[in-house]
Write a protein that binds this ligand. Structure first.
Ligand code: C2E
Ligand code: MG
Ligand code: MG
Length: 297
């Protein structure tokens, strides 16, 4: 195991060098082992909760769906954000059972919303190619009663496009689930994946929106054009200001998500908001949840 770790470390360093086992690696091994145990227990005792962030039409501000974002209600450390545990969950394979729990919770919650609103669930590459993933998705739909057209899956690129991945996605899409490519413009983004992966929505990464300058504006415009040319919908995430929203509208981007509209909210707030049905048409909902809402991270 220590040798594996040294190798892992060498690989992680991204160089062709032989890793040497060091006390810090031992500490990391211990950390990983306890993270594995802790996370496994947390899955068993269902310590996870979903927050939801609205996705709205750029033109009218109408809410069309919500992205489910997982949080860990840690018994001693408080509410943890995904950056604090998704990495470990992926490394240890626990993302598979955690992902199934997330899917089930997301579908169950969406059943409480109006029938025209979808839920978008993040799926990591490990989950997507894990055996039984497709049937777990179908089971979540069946158990909750959510129609497949109200479920979207947000996937990310991993480099070379895998045939297995394409097959899995095609099957999910054939039953009516929409596939969205998350974080586009970072990491391994390539035209190859845009061409090969069966996709419905292109999600432009927030890094392009955050510090908007002339170069980014050209990039965003072309990404929107590419999405259109490929018959995909374009969605910009990380929209924080009215100015960014305007620029995105000018660029022809169709769907918007970000703190400007609303921070991710606990499920109960979303259900209350939707049942109150207070959305004035044509108005944005950046006051969504009001001043009393908890900070949704
Ligand atoms: P993501 O899917 O790209 O989600 C968007 C992230 O950006 C969320 O962070 C969200 O809270 C944050 N965000 C939204 N609007 C804004 C904004 O206007 N400005 C800024 N600066 N940030 C904004 P969060 O919830 O911490 O999630 C981080 C990542 O963790 C997600 O990125 C996703 O990759 C992953 N993740 C979250 N939930 C799940 C899950 O259930 N399963 C898996 N596999 N991954 C998940
Ligand atoms: Mg996402
Ligand atoms: Mg993203």
């Amino acid at each position: 195991m220590f040798a594996d770790l040294a190798l892992y470390e060498a690989k992680a360093a991204g160089k062709r060098r032989v890793g040497r086992f060091s006390p810090s690696l031992r500490a990391q091994a211990n950390q990983r082992a306890s993270a594995l145990q802790e996370l496994g227990q947390a899955i068993d005792s269902r310590e996870f909760e979903l927050y939801f962030q609205p996705q709205v039409l750029a033109a009218s501000g109408r809410i069309i769906g919500f992205e489910a974002l997982v949080r860990w209600n840690h018994p001693t450390r408080g509410l943890l954000s995904p950056d604090q545990f998704i990495g470990v969950a992926e490394e240890t394979g626990l993302i598979v059972p955690l992902g199934i729990q997330v899917l089930q919770m997301a579908c169950d919650e969406a059943m409480r919303w109006s029938s025209d609103i979808f839920v978008a669930v993040n799926v990591s590459p490990t989950q997507l190619v894990s055996s039984g993933f497709g049937s777990a998705v179908l089971a979540a739909l069946e158990i909750s009663g959510l129609p497949s057209r109200r479920l979207q899956l947000e996937i990310t690129e991993t480099g070379a496009v895998d045939e297995l991945e394409i097959e899995e996605l095609e099957q999910l899409r054939s039953v009516g689930i929409a596939i969205s490519l998350d974080d586009f413009g970072t990491g391994y983004s390539s035209f190859e994946s845009l061409k090969k992966l069966p996709l419905d929505i292109l999600k432009i990464d927030k890094s392009f929106i955050a510090e908007w300058n002339d170069d980014d504006s050209a990039v965003v415009k072309s990404v929107v054009e590419v999405a259109k040319a490929l018959g995909m919908q374009s969605l910009a995430e990380g929209v924080e200001t009215a100015e960014q929203l305007q620029l995105l509208r000018d660029a022809g981007c169709e769907v918007i998500q970000g703190f400007y509209i609303s921070r991710p909210q606990p499920a109960v707030h979303v259900a209350q908001y939707l049942s109150a049905a207070v959305q004035a048409s044509g108005e944005f909902v950046h006051s969504f949840g009001g001043a009393s809402t908890r900070d949704g991270h």
